[in-house]
Ligand binder design. Structure first.
Ligand code: NDP
Ligand code: HSE
Length: 387
């Protein structure tokens, strides 16, 4: 919905927690936007605007032009987003879970109702990653997308590496700083970064990949000895997302990687993310900034609102080609630490280390399938590719 130039953009803020609270504060400082409602399931006397627990009141109010969904989770966020789009309201969301799982459906719904759907904060926190990807696509095809897409795990890996912090203490700090998901397992097992990778892949290649097809290995099993093994090889452990076009299909996976010291990715500190694009003519370009936290994320939400206020009425792409994920053509050596060898691993040893081994080059699809089968994380093991 377009608003009249003579009045501020009227926003319904669905959720007012870490990110929503930041958006609320930003809007208080502006005259071109106002919060028409905050949707809350409990009284919020500290807020200086109408607060309601009744979404039907919001969706039926014709003066509301834009809904900002920062509640998180599947339901009722999905129901509310669909209802807002159907009612002709623009939707801005930071919800990577919904944008990944319901990508095609939501993009289609926004298109049918001629409204904007924007989710810049869903990938990269405060980084204008998706909008930069969108402008690159106006010029040339994108061949590859890769990078660090989760602030919590980067914070844990960085503090374990640079300050020798224990995993549990680093996680507690990341939670206290507002970086982690409500259920931090989603950060640790890679589910959160996988959602961001799916959204980025879909936009970059104009396709729709199914989240469960994206093979994923997180950092839940990492120990100080793995960090030490990387250091001895002059490398740094990072949780890396990767996607590239592969003869019509898409190679798309998430895994810890031991990056050579000196690469940009190896130097990414704290809750920061670094996401790179490889275009046909520009080569590799990287986007860097805080990947999580109240104000960086709220900033990205606000920028989406400003784009809409400036007349934008679309998603980042209108292409929705179904695509298969195939990770069988990407071969890499891996660091593996496991409790007890098996035949598969025995035949792939290239080098023995103090705590773990380096394999000969193995297909990503093969080693991820092996790790799943072996229940590597659950049994205290760990793997990381050598880039
Ligand atoms: P919070 O848990 O801090 O805030 C969520 C807010 O939504 C709370 O105020 C909560 O209310 C409210 N809420 C939840 N369910 C309902 C409901 N059914 N009805 C009304 N209100 C509801 O989460 P965040 O702000 O951290 O995250 C919000 C979204 O942004 C998530 O999708 C997250 O993945 C995403 N995101 C978060 C980032 C971050 O750094 N935190 C970065 C990028 C994206 P109550 O207070 O009553 O519980
Ligand atoms: N939990 C997420 C992260 C929040 O740590 O990256 C930002 O999406």
């Amino acid at each position: 919905m377009l608003w009249r130039e003579d009045r501020p953009m009227r926003i319904a803020l669905l959720g007012c927690g870490t990110v929503g609270g930041g958006v609320y504060e930003f809007v208080q400082e502006r005259t071109d936007m106002e919060i028409a409602y905050v949707l809350s399931r409990r009284p919020r006397p500290e807020l200086n605007c109408p607060v309601t627990s009744d979404f039907s009141r919001i969706v039926s109010d014709p003066t509301v032009d834009t809904a900002i969904e920062v509640m998180g989770g599947r339901q009722p966020a999905y129901e509310y987003m669909c209802a807002a789009l159907r009612a002709g309201k623009n939707v801005v969301t930071a919800n990577k879970q919904l944008m990944s799982e319901r990508y095609g459906e939501l993009v289609q719904l926004a298109r049918e109702n001629h409204v904007a759907l924007r989710c810049s904060a869903a990938v990269g926190g405060g980084i204008r990653w998706l909008t930069n990807l969108e402008s690159t696509l106006d010029m040339e095809p994108v061949l590859r997308v890769s990078g660090i897409m989760n602030g919590t795990t980067n914070y844990i890996l960085d503090t374990m590496t640079t300050s020798g912090l224990k995993f549990e203490d680093a996680l507690r700090q990341a939670q206290a700083l507002g970086y982690a998901e409500v259920d931090p397992t989603e950060d640790l097992n890679g589910a959160d970064a996988r959602r961001k990778l799916v959204i980025s892949t879909n936009v970059a290649f104009g396709c729709v990949v199914q989240e469960p097809e994206v093979t994923t290995f997180g950092i839940a099993g990492i120990r100080a000895c793995d960090i030490g093994a990387a250091r001895k090889m002059h490398r740094v452990v990072k949780l890396m997302a990767s996607a590239r076009l592969d003869s019509g299909d898409v190679a798309c996976y998430l895994e810890p990687a031991m990056m050579p010291q000196g690469m940009h990715e190896a130097a990414v500190p704290e809750n920061f993310n670094l996401i790179s694009i490889t275009g046909m003519h520009i080569g590799k370009q990287s986007f860097y900034g805080q990947g999580a936290g109240r104000f960086p994320t709220a900033y990205n939400v606000m920028q989406d609102c400003l784009d809409i206020r400036n007349g934008l009425t679309r998603f980042y792409t209108d292409k929705l080609r179904p695509a298969r994920v195939d990770n069988s053509s990407i071969m890499r050596p891996y660091y593996v630490r496991v409790n007890g060898m098996d035949r598969w691993l025995q035949t792939r040893i290239d080098k023995m280390l103090d705590c773990g081994i380096i394999t000969t080059p193995v297909a990503v699809s093969e080693i991820h399938a092996w790790a799943r089968e072996r229940k590597l994380t659950e049994t205290g093991g760990f793997l990381a590719s050598l880039r």
